[in-house]
Write a protein that binds this ligand. Structure first.
Ligand SMILES: Cc1cc2nc3c(=O)[nH]c(=O)nc-3n(C[C@H](O)[C@H](O)[C@H](O)COP(=O)(O)OP(=O)(O)OC[C@H]3O[C@@H](n4cnc5c(N)ncnc54)[C@H](O)[C@@H]3O)c2cc1C
Length: 353
């Protein structure tokens, strides 16, 4: 029997999950095919929403708008589902030699002072954290327990009988002018949310992905309770019950998804610089961030085949970007023609063969 639907979503990482939740909310019929085997970026992510890029002390891409849309989306999701995946928090930035001065200067700008604070609102004195050059806070910030969010979204999909657990074989897609067929499925549109696997997609392989491998540790340490995220050269994210996530690394060359001894050592070394406490590593994970060369996401129709779309390039800010991008994809599917040039696929037309 043919299953007729409007949208076929491929992939259930953060991109596909958020899109699926929004399609359900908008009563747009869809089916989602996802390969659940293996580690993905979304399953291992730190899940932090930080509107600031510490390395250059700049605002991240469209930070104000994306903070508003993402925090509203995830808190609303939790409220409706009675889950607890999204947490408002603050990030304590442990300064290096030159940061305090830059931070003080940035705070004066109206763009930054919504998020950056200098005053000592957070008491670090009960923690064995070294802050020789002081610290500032990013407030508000948040973190999403991504694994729990993906599970909760998947429960919803199962209840609505719209998820298929398998790897989509691109060769079996039959594309006609107004419909796409895949096995017993007939859809108007296919949206590929395949993370770094987009590289082997026959239609969107020209999008210049620069995948970035990242590794994280889960440690146990005997520390007093605290809720904020501490960030020096690594972040310390409290998970409760004496457990903390420590992350993360950035590697543009290693194409495997296996945890490495070198990354574990590097994370521990950086951790020791700020945290003076014995720690025990209880888990070590790796994943690949789907980043695009120009560090902006992409959400658009294929330049030629107009019933195929892509939603990708979430990079290291997937939690914050996904809800905004999903809204945009839905608008395009519903026929709204207002183009957002920054996420338009035409910027890669020179790579089409
Ligand atoms: C170590 C690390 C730390 C991170 N920390 C943060 C953070 O703190 N904050 C933040 O915002 N982001 C963070 N990120 C980035 C974030 O994880 C990504 O931006 C985001 O998860 C990407 O989601 P995605 O859905 O595009 O891709 P993915 O998570 O890779 O999901 C793609 C899905 O598609 C499926 N798929 C692919 N091809 C097919 C096919 N042909 N058929 C069926 N299924 C298919 C895959 O199996 C997978 O389930 C981190 C990433 C890493 C690796």
């Amino acid at each position: 029997m043919i299953r007729q639907t409007k949208v076929l979503v491929v992939g259930q990482g953060l991109a596909g999950s958020v899109l699926a939740v929004k399609l359900l909310q908008n009563n747009i019929p869809f089916l989602l095919i996802n390969d659940p085997s293996g580690v993905t970026s979304s399953k291992v992510a730190g899940g932090i929403i930080n509107p600031i890029i510490f390395r250059h002390l700049t605002m991240s891409w469209r930070a104000k708008e994306l903070w508003t849309t993402s925090s509203a989306f995830y808190s609303n999701f939790d409220k409706r589902k009675n889950t607890n995946t999204f947490n408002y928090t603050k990030i304590v930035r442990v300064f290096n030699e030159s940061e305090q001065q830059k931070w003080s200067a940035k705070i004066k700008s109206p763009l930054f002072n919504q998020f950056l604070k200098l005053e000592d609102q957070v008491v670090l004195t009960h923690l064995p954290v070294e802050t020789p050059f002081g610290f500032g806070t990013v407030d508000p910030a948040a973190w999403l327990d991504t694994a729990s969010f993906l599970d909760a979204a998947n429960d919803d999909l199962k209840k609505n009988d719209c998820v298929i657990n398998e790897s989509l074989d691109h060769k079996q897609l039959i594309i006609e002018p107004n419909r796409v067929f895949y096995k017993n499925i007939s859809a108007e549109f296919v949206v590929f949310c395949e993370g770094h696997h987009l590289k082997s997609n026959p239609w969107f392989g020209h999008v210049p992905l620069q995948p970035v491998k990242g590794e994280l540790l889960t440690i146990e340490a005997n520390l007093p309770d605290f809720r904020m995220i501490i960030n020096g050269d690594v972040f310390i994210l409290p998970l409760g019950n004496g457990r903390f996530k420590i992350g993360s690394t950035y590697d543009w060359n290693d194409e495997t998804e296996l945890p490495t001894e070198a990354a574990r050592e590097s994370l521990l070394q950086k951790l020791r610089k700020i945290l003076k406490s014995e720690v025990q590593v209880v888990d070590h994970q790796a994943g690949t961030r789907p980043a695009i060369a120009d560090r902006k996401p992409v959400a658009d129709f294929h330049p030629v085949t107009k019933n195929l779309l892509v939603m990708n390039g979430l990079g290291s800010k997937g939690v914050m970007i996904a809800p905004f991008l999903a809204d945009y994809v839905i608008k395009r599917i519903l026929g709204e023609n207002e183009i957002d040039a920054e996420i338009d696929i035409s910027r890669f037309n020179r790579f089409l063969t």
